[in-house]
Structure formats: C-alpha cells, structure tokens
Design a binder for this molecule. Structure first.
Ligand code: SF4
Length: 464
C-alpha cells in the first residue's frame, strides 16, 4: 500500500557559491574510527570549529587532536589508550617547543567510558560523547582555560544545534535523520553508546537538504543507526515514517538521488517497500542486514524476525523494484552457531544473492549479553566459516558487477579517479565507476556505457 503525501513541490532557489573565509591559524588533526555515522560526526565537528582551525594530516602539527572513536570492535577502548600513549609523546615534545596541544576523545568510546578516560589518561583534556559534540566550541574554550571536561549526553540538544553551515565536499552528502537504537541486538553496543531512538523533525531535515542542494549536492543519503525506524515530527504535527519523508524530499527541485542507511528488517514496512517502486529518485540499492540465515541464531541475537520473513521482504522489494541491488551484514560464529546454522546462512545467501555484503567473525563486545554466553565458537571454526562465506559473497558481487557490462548506466561523478584524466562516480547501484573524462564532470549525472568490471568497480566510457 502506498502512503503518498500531497505535499506541494518544494522549489530550490538557485543561489551562489558557499561563503569564503580566511585560513585559520590553528590546526586540527582528526582520526576517525568506525562507521558512517562517525564519518558524518567528524565532518560536523570540523564544520563547528572551522572558523578557528584548519585541518592537518600531521598530528605533530596539530594544536587540537580529536580521536573520534568507535566501540564496535573488540578492545576498542584499548586501541584508543594506545593511540593516547603516542599522542602523549607528541604533546610533551610540542610543550618543550612552547606549543600547547588540546587532546579530545569523542564518539562511542567517549560515551561508554566517560570520566574513566580522564582518570586513566591524564593527557586527555576533553571527552565528548556522540550526542554532545554540538557544544564542541564551548567545551574547547573551557578546556583551554585549564578545565578537564567530560560532556553530558543530550541528543535533543544535538539535533537542534545541527543546522546549516556545512562544508560541501562533493555532489553526494549524508544527512542524519535519526540516531540511537532501541533494538538491543545481543552483540551490539549501540543502544548503550548512542542511546534510544530519536528522530529529527521533518522541517529541519528539509532545511538541511535544501541548503545542500543550493550548494550543488545532487544525492542525499539519509543516515541513522536504525534509519527505517524514523518517526520524526512532520509539519502537520504528526509522526512521519521514512517512506513519507523520502517522498517529500523527492519533490525537492535539483535533488536527483536519495538513499538511506542502515535499516533493520523489522522496520521495513510495506510503505517503504512500495516507495522503492513509486519514487524514481530513491536509488535501487538497499543495505538490509540479516546477520544470520538461521532462525535459532536470529533468536539468540534478539533480531526479532525469521529468515523466512527476510526472504519474503526481499521478494516484495524485487516485486516493487525488479532491479534493486541488495547488500547485507553477516556475523559468523555467533555463540552457539552450529554447522547447520552456518549452512542455513550459506543457503540464504545462495537463494537471495547479494550485490555487496559485509561479513565479520563474531567478537565479544564488553557489556553486551552475547559476551556473557558460554557456548562461544572456537576461533579456527569461525575463520573457516568466514572464508567460505566471503568466497561466496565475492562470487556474487563479481557476478553482479559483470552483469552491468554492455549496459548504459547514469553515473553521478564525484571526484577525479586514481589515474590522470580519469573521473570516478557512482552507479545507481552504488558501484564505483571509472571513465576517462574532464574534471568538470564532477557533480554531473552522465550516461556511461559499461565496458569492464572487477570485484570493486566498473569501467566504461561516456555516452553523450
Ligand atoms: S539494530 Fe543495529 S544498531 Fe540497533 S542494536 Fe541491532 S545491530 Fe545495534
């Protein structure tokens, strides 16, 4: 069933280029760990301080060092402490040269460890969780006055502060529409580090997207830990679904492509599936993690859906948009995973066929229910299963890429390629596409005839 809205077209006035500012004297070095949400947060942090700091690739050269951390991987906190050890030596050396260095730890480790970081690592001046970085300029002022600060958690405040003034780096941009997660999958720390699901109001999102489009952005990827649980307040005062938001954004003049990530199968409702069929600007690519093809493991993971329900969703999506390309995440060797459970995953992959997928060995994340389980799978078994799964997934990606040879695809060009005279863009299916062409292709959507394919990219020539 479609829930099409009757919102009038949203016109985007043509405007000028972004404002220009002088180069600030102070320098910032940022190291980003982990997921796309962290990459986005890093960009927003840089925007918040860009009046005072320009970026450097050299930590030795930086007046401010930010470690934007991720808590997903095993021993994540230990890796941060070992980086801090190296930064301590830098800070001491710079101090001897009469230069001050501020060290900030941000992101999910900052959220999870909080004041413990200040206690264990005296070199750290500032600890800011992912829900508080909007206060970074103020917190930096405080810490540069000699106060060591651990910021409090405030997601509503963060969304209010996330307004405009973004640095545009290309024709494709991420826009956070939702943060946090209430799903509590047994292996995941996100509900503990990013907090409960919170959605941004629709008007704030529209305002941000329009501003991006005015500055040349043509593709927006709506971002959230659990993006299809979006339930932001609409201009009519009602709670809007992601499907309704997508159809509304699709009316923005000169915005050509929409994507969203990351979704949970439980929130993949009929209307969102229908949107893939009735909204041409919504690209035919969906990342929909299943993690395992075994119902017993899905239950143990607290995923709250079955493999059969997932298969049905995929059938419905393909009905709505026959060319949709699918991507997923898999965890191999979750506690209690038997040979048969793993075979169920392999069978699901064979049946569904994925254009892309991420797969990992299960690793314990402290503080999650799965880390307490006694039936952990031996490392050697996990490794052997992962190898088999990855071989199958690679085969499918390569086959999908090869299927594009001989087709003509509209490609959004983003930046120069690795070789001189080469440009790189994205197909509707999110594949990297390389062609020989001029730099002014950047920001253009141009038809490309695909002539070659590898595991990681497509090659072709311009059709104009
Ligand atoms: S839905 Fe995603 S973010 Fe939420 S708990 Fe599960 S894996 Fe973590």
């Amino acid at each position: 069933m479609s829930g099409q809205t009757t919102t009038p077209d949203i016109k985007t006035p043509k405007t000028d280029t972004p404002e220009k500012t002088g180069t600030p004297k102070k320098k910032v070095f940022v190291k980003t760990f982990g997921c796309q949400m962290n990459v986005y947060d890093t960009e927003r942090m840089k925007d918040l301080i860009k009046g005072d700091y320009s970026e450097t690739d050299e930590p030795d050269d930086a007046d401010l060092v930010i470690l934007n951390t991720c808590h997903i991987r095993e021993k994540a906190a230990e890796k941060v402490y070992s980086d801090l050890g190296r930064l301590k030596a830098n800070k001491t050396k710079r101090q001897a040269e009469g230069k001050a260095t501020t060290i900030a730890v941000t992101g999910c480790v900052a959220q999870a460890e909080g004041k413990e970081i200040l206690r264990r690592a005296p070199v750290v001046d500032l600890v800011v969780g992912p829900q508080s970085y909007q206060n970074l300029p103020k917190l930096l002022d405080q810490s540069q006055k000699g106060e060591r600060v651990a910021a409090e958690f405030d997601v509503a405040d963060k969304f209010k502060a996330l307004k405009g003034n973004r640095t545009i780096t290309g024709p494709s941009a991420f826009v956070t529409v939702q943060e946090g997660c209430d799903k509590f999958c047994a292996f995941c720390v996100v509900p503990y580090t990013r907090g409960a699901e919170v959605s941004r109001p629709v008007e704030a999102i529209v305002e941000e997207v329009r501003a991006l489009v005015q500055h040349g952005v043509r593709e927006v990827n709506l971002l959230g830990q659990n993006v299809n649980a979006f339930h932001g307040q609409g201009p009519d005062g009602n709670s809007w679904t992601l499907a309704r938001l997508i159809r509304h954004l699709a009316k923005i003049d000169r915005l050509d492509r929409l994507r969203f990530t990351t979704s949970h199968p439980r929130d993949m409702d009929d209307d969102l599936i229908a949107a893939h069929g009735d909204t041409p600007k919504l690209m035919p690519y969906l990342h929909l993690p299943i993690q395992s093809g075994s119902d017993a493991i899905l239950k143990a993971m607290n995923r709250k859906h079955t493999a059969a329900e997932y298969r049905q969703m995929i059938d419905d999506l393909r009905q709505a948009r026959p060319d949709i390309a699918l991507s997923s995440d898999f965890i191999v060797g979750f506690p209690g995973e038997s040979d048969q459970d793993f075979e169920d995953t392999m069978q699901l992959v064979r049946d569904v066929t994925f254009a892309m997928a991420y797969s990992f060995k299960y690793s314990e994340r402290p503080g999650t229910p799965a880390a307490e389980k006694h039936d952990q799978v031996p490392e050697a078994v996990k490794s052997e299963r992962l190898q088999r799964l990855q071989a199958l997934l690679r085969e499918q990606t390569l086959a999908f890429n090869h299927e594009q040879i001989g087709k003509t695809l509209p490609v959004l060009f983003e930046k120069p390629g690795r070789k001189p005279g080469q440009m790189q863009g994205r197909s509707p299916y999110l594949q990297s596409v390389y062609v020989d062409g001029p730099e002014d292709l950047k920001g253009e959507i141009v038809d490309v005839e695909i002539t070659g394919a590898t595991l990681n990219s497509l090659q072709g020539h311009l059709v104009r």
